[in-house]
Design a protein around this ligand. Sequence first.
Ligand code: PLP
Length: 400
Amino acid sequence: MSENQPLSGRLADRVKLREEHVITRMADIAEKLTDVIRLGRGDPDLDTPAHIVKAGQDALGRGETHYGHPLGLPALRQAIAENIRAHGGADYAPDEIVVTPGGQHAMFVIALALLNPGDEIIVPCPGYNPYSQAAELSSAEVVPVRMSMDTNFTLTAAMIEAHITPRSKVLVLINPNNPTGTVTPPDEVERIAKLAIKHDLIVISDEIYARLVYGNQRIQPVAALPGMRERTITLSGFSKAYAMTGWRVGYFAGPKALITAMAEINHAFAISTASVSQHAALAALTGPQDCVEEMRLIYDERRKALCEGLDRIGIPYAEPQGAFYVYANVSVVGIPASLFCERLLAEGRVMIYPGRIYGDYTDDFVRMSLTQPVERIREAMTRIQTVVHAIRSERSAPAA
Ligand code: PLP
């Protein structure tokens, strides 16, 4: 190795370091503190329902400790196909579904299968950042569509159309979106689908939060719309609706012509998804579904408590319509959101994440996860109020 070449210079050009190290830095700060209220990661505090855990334990007891079918347990793929259909999605055959070690893993498999160097992939901004990372690792061009709080971060066909070029190949829809909690209304999804057909785009439709929507919101599955099945990859998983983040099970579904190549890449990456986890996921889909509704109601109560707290402090936020996040504009506090998050953690022992992690083009927003009991969320809001007050007082104090 050349003496003058720093080690980091040896990384491939397509590796771009982003804001993710902020998460590590905050985790390091939190490590040294006690009684931190963690509203950072999108990892439910709720336990995986007991019947699902039991199915995993039973599978372990039966010795389901080997590699499984490369596409995923056949019974699970059958159950996924039925579940997608039952929620108004497209008709998939079990061999059009690939079970993966989490939905996140699926993003990289799909990107590698679809994107050539120089192809453009349109992503919502802010949005779930690994899509951009997956695209960059495929040497594709990421084209962010900037959404704004003025329209509750709603993605529209008109906004997307303004970003389409002859190199546009893939469009990512995340509905409900992370980090904004925005639901794309069904009629807008229809317009976006027509646009995808008009410009011959392939759509990756991330519907992992589709079961978690509030009020009268409804998610329109993209692949079920006319002409969309053959150009859509539907991505989802068990982490969010069934509180199964640590089991690492997700899936994607699409037309056979695309799925075969993706399945091969998935096999090269993972061989198969943990058999025990797949049996647990099967129980999640085939067992009682009340647990999903119970958890949704819990998040809804927390969502209201958190928003009440923000109203009290005077911090504006996007209306959280789905998922389990609130996206708030802390520019009113007077310091950048990333600095605010660090100070809030150090001084108030509340962990939240800056919107920059999700590709936000401003440093004004923070994402707050509804992943603590409602009393802890109320306590977090009291702590936030104290830190905001302290920051505002020091900023209004006359210089010494
Ligand atoms: N899609 C979105 C929008 C997410 O927010 C996440 C995780 O936070 C995932 C997919 C991946 O989840 P998992 O890999 O746990 O299935």
